[in-house]
Write a protein that binds this ligand. Structure first.
Ligand SMILES: [Zn+2]
Length: 460
């Protein structure tokens, strides 16, 4: 190779890295081909706003620890960057997701495929605009406060994405999977019986996903820069009046304590039907957080698989259809339902139905697939997908497939065909998320699986 062509190669490399002449970029010997950058922002409200997740009135009285948004930007040699955003929020509306995605596109050139926006579904987080719109008994002034908070939160997340991209620097990526066992299938086990059955060493009923996927990011000096990890379980250990991140909050704090300077990012798996049981004490919440952190730490310490510098991203909105519209008689009946959320929903939508309001005819459901290196496939599904999706996709796409739920916008529970047929809370309460419907169609799982199949082909 002559001097000119070598110079051209070096120039090409520099362009591929974004053209920034940093000292680290030229360390080709230790160059893994990855660049990464992490950033974080506090999302804890400064005022005594309302806590989310439960259908009761819960103004916050203080904080146990902060509620965070964190971002991890990744870029493989010669490729485009992508950003994972994790938040300790209960969910975000389609409006919030669209505004953040649009701003990320305009300001940083990120497509939807390149932005993985997630929320842990933490129930000790603030209420946000249009997410579970009939869940909370708030008055107009209180909703205005929520709107102001939400607008500020969206701005902070967009800024955070820019900060993570601005910090892109040479890094080494590794992946592995651990195990934590506190998630319990809440459809198949009575909450009150779980402690005794656990004490007796009995196997609890129902499918679970106890895997703990871990992505570690190290700088060229081998310091841990970031660790992103997932777990399929509702963050609903606590239900009191203090801001915190529930068990994922404790897990992130513990990992950041063990690795000063590192950013820990948590995303929730397909835990729509999974609860941390038993629950409702701070001690249990901390214990689950520590268990999860220990599972992550064990993976980090036990030799992870290096991830080759290759990052491919894909995304599509697939149509989810409603089984049927409620009749006017059903809505009228529901206005006096003993279920306060159902009653609030019916009282809100009935006049809209009578006034000829045009409700969405279907749901645009976000499905995303990233591929990192040769065999790490990372699926991110919208809303509260039940555990069957994780089990199915791991079986279909291999053990190194990570399946996240609680991504994009909070569309509601997403039952598998099995759960749809069984019925119950995760199958027939989508009106709680504002839809004019009680449930999706029976083929919901087929639609999502077909979309995942198409996206898998695109990242191959
Ligand atoms: Zn939930």
């Amino acid at each position: 190779m002559g001097c000119v062509s070598r110079a051209a190669v070096i120039m090409g490399l520099m362009l591929a890295w974004g053209g920034v002449a940093r000292a680290g970029v030229q360390k080709v010997a230790s160059d893994t081909g990855w660049r990464a950058g992490a950033a974080r922002a506090v999302l804890t409200p400064t005022q005594g706003q309302f806590l989310s997740g439960y259908g009761s009135r819960r103004p916050a009285a203080g904080k146990r620890h902060d509620v965070w948004a964190k971002a991890l930007a990744l870029q493989a040699r010669g490729g485009r960057p992508a950003v994972l955003v994790t938040t300790d929020l209960v969910g975000v509306s389609k409006g919030t997701y669209d505004r953040i995605a649009d701003a990320a596109q305009k300001r940083f050139g990120l497509s939807r495929a390149e932005l993985m926006l997630t929320y842990s579904h933490n129930h000790c987080a603030p209420v946000t605009t249009e997410c579970l719109p009939d869940y909370y008994p708030l008055n107009n002034a209180e909703w205005r406060e929520v709107g102001e908070y939400t607008a500020g939160m969206e701005t902070r997340i967009v800024r955070l994405i820019g900060e993570a991209l601005g910090k892109l620097a040479p890094a080494r990526l590794s992946a592995g999977e651990g195990l934590a066992t506190f998630a319990v299938n809440r459809r198949n086990n009575r909450e009150a019986e779980v402690p005794e059955r656990r004490a007796k060493g009995e196997t609890l009923a129902g499918p679970v996903d106890h895997s703990v996927p871990v992505l570690s990011v190290r700088d060229p000096e081998d310091r841990l820069l970031a660790v992103a990890f997932g777990y399929a379980c509702h963050p609903t250990t606590l239900s009191d009046d203090q801001w915190c991140g529930d068990y994922p909050g404790y897990a992130q704090i513990e990992l950041e304590k063990t690795h000063p300077g590192a950013t820990a990012l948590f995303w929730t798996g397909c835990g729509g039907d999974q609860n941390p049981l038993p629950r409702r004490t701070v001690a249990l919440c901390r214990t689950y957080g520590n268990q999860l952190a220990a599972a992550v730490e064990a993976v980090v310490q036990s030799g992870m698989r290096p991830v080759r510098p290759d990052l491919r991203t894909s995304f599509e909105f697939v149509k989810l259809e409603f089984e049927r519209r409620p009749t006017r008689e059903e809505l009228q009946r529901d206005t006096s339902s003993p279920n306060s959320v159902r009653a609030r929903w019916a009282r809100r939508v009935l006049p809209m139905v009578d006034g000829g309001h045009s409700f969405p005819a279907h749901c645009d459901y976000g499905v995303q697939v990233w591929r990192l290196g040769e065999d790490l496939r990372w699926i991110a599904l919208g809303g509260e997908a039940v555990v069957d999706y994780a089990i199915r996709f791991r079986r279909e796409y291999g053990p190194h497939t990570w399946i996240g739920g609680y991504a994009h916008d909070m569309v509601g529970y997403v039952p598998s065909r099995r759960v749809w047929r069984e019925g119950g809370y995760e199958a027939e309460f989508i009106y709680e998320y504002g839809w004019l419907a009680y449930r999706w169609t029976e083929d919901t799982e087929d639609r999502i699986a077909a979309a995942v199949g198409r996206l898998m082909k695109r990242v191959r």
